[in-house]
Design a binder for this molecule. Structure first.
Ligand code: ADP
Ligand code: GN1
Ligand code: MG
Length: 366
């Protein structure tokens, strides 16, 4: 494991390092929770190594996060929020006064205060969590909407360009190992059979019907911390992909992760379904916060869940055939299992789409 004590020395922590251990279950970065003594009081900080295979320009990415978090904090303070520092991530600067620091191997690190008394959930436990999570992401978008200055950097170009994700899948087929190709079966066929769906949102953006906004782009349920006691949305985290995008990608990923009856990597496909009560809770929470939506956005909220499940399945399948270089995996075939669960979810959403659209219409007219 990394020498976290050495990492801690790179930042202006104003506290004495005690211990550190790996934290959380994100698929991308290496996250550690460190305990410090600050004037006799124990505090916790998050040290995170940025995955530079995934994020090719960590300094540009950190410039985005620095701008967005400063802006959010300023707005929360302006509004007189009593817990402003718990409601947004804030960066602890490096000893050089930068939002990041580099370790001896050239790896990029950043440090955040640990948000206490709040948790990110892999699986939903009650409807209030769904509603609060959606509200928190909606509020995050609202806060980001009046960010001043230049357009944010695209930390991963074409991140949610689903047709290009299909192209990437096609491209890995050429060099995919034979044994993995054999295990894949009809998953490839499924992915390519949904090519028309893959284009829906990119076409709406190209025609100007769906506007570009500052969005989070990785709104899985575990990327919003909810108060442990009250389930209230506390803080949106994992801001690496906060950049120009569509709110539909954000809402779609909430549906993908908060509505299914199972986890993202469920192997028993027969039990995968959409919980309509959770979808209703998401819509309620999101529409309560996102008062700025145009009609084409509202009209595609239900569809966006299907798109994001499809896109994520395509990405897991691509990574499986490419040798598991992108997402962290915890067992052989993990990415293939994840892909199949996502495609099963696409099928489940397809069956329920009319019901889901009805929920959107009913909630909107309330
Ligand atoms: P990844 O990109 O790998 O998903 P995240 O930024 O989401 O990385 O962090 C991984 C996990 O660490 C989160 O799911 C959350 O549980 C935890 N975490 C990250 N930042 C904080 C923080 N400031 N306070 C408390 N927990 C955090
Ligand atoms: C990754 O970083 P994390 O684990 O919150 C991924 C998302 C995927 C998600 C699937 C930068 O999210 O796009 O939807 O895994 N993040 C990146 O669980 O690729
Ligand atoms: Mg995460």
């Amino acid at each position: 494991m990394q020498d976290l004590k050495a990492i801690s020395r790179l930042f202006e922590t104003r506290a004495d390092f005690l211990t550190a251990r790996p934290h959380g279950s994100g698929h991308i970065n290496d996250t550690f929770c460190a305990t410090y003594n600050q004037a006799g009081r124990e505090i916790r900080l998050i040290h995170q190594r940025i995955n530079s295979h995934v994020f090719r320009n960590p300094e540009a990415l950190m410039e985005n996060i620095d701008r967005v978090t400063r802006h959010s904090l300023a707005r929360l303070v302006e509004a007189g929020h009593s817990e402003a520092h718990r409601r947004t991530l804030t960066l602890i600067p490096s000893c050089d006064g930068l939002p990041w620091a580099r370790d001896a191997e050239g790896g990029y690190w950043r440090t955040f205060p640990f948000i206490e008394g709040a948790l990110g959930y892999e699986e939903i436990e009650n409807l209030r969590q769904a509603e609060e999570a959606a509200k928190a992401f909606g509020e995050f978008q609202k806060l980001a909407a009046d960010l001043k200055g230049p357009r944010l950097h695209e930390t991963i170009p074409d991140f949610h360009h689903t047709p290009k994700r299909l192209d990437a899948l096609r491209a890995v087929l050429e060099n995919a190992p034979k044994d993995r190709m054999e295990r894949v079966g009809d998953d490839l066929e499924f992915a390519f059979s949904r090519a028309a769906d893959a284009r829906v949102i990119t076409d709406l953006i190209a025609s100007g019907d769906v506007p570009e906004r500052v969005t989070h782009n990785d709104t899985k349920l575990s990327n919003v911390l909810l108060d442990e006691a009250t389930s209230e949305g506390v803080c949106v985290i994992d801001l690496d992909t906060t950049m120009p995008g569509s709110v539909l990608y954000d809402f779609g990923d909430m549906v993908r992760t908060a509505c299914p009856t199972t986890r993202e990597d469920e192997v028993d496909l027969s039990v995968i379904d959409v919980r309509m009560d959770r979808f209703e809770a998401l819509i309620r929470g999101y529409l309560a916060a996102a008062s700025f939506l145009v009609p084409a956005e509202v009209e595609h909220l239900a569809f966006s869940g299907k798109l994001l499940a499809l896109e994520c399945g395509i990405r897991f399948l691509t990574d499986y055939l490419d040798g598991d270089h992108y997402f962290k995996t915890h067992r052989p075939g993990h990415n293939l299992d994840r892909c199949r669960a996502q495609f099963a979810l696409v099928r489940a959403i397809e069956k329920r789409l009319p019901e889901m659209e009805d929920v959107v219409a009913r909630t909107e007219n309330k």
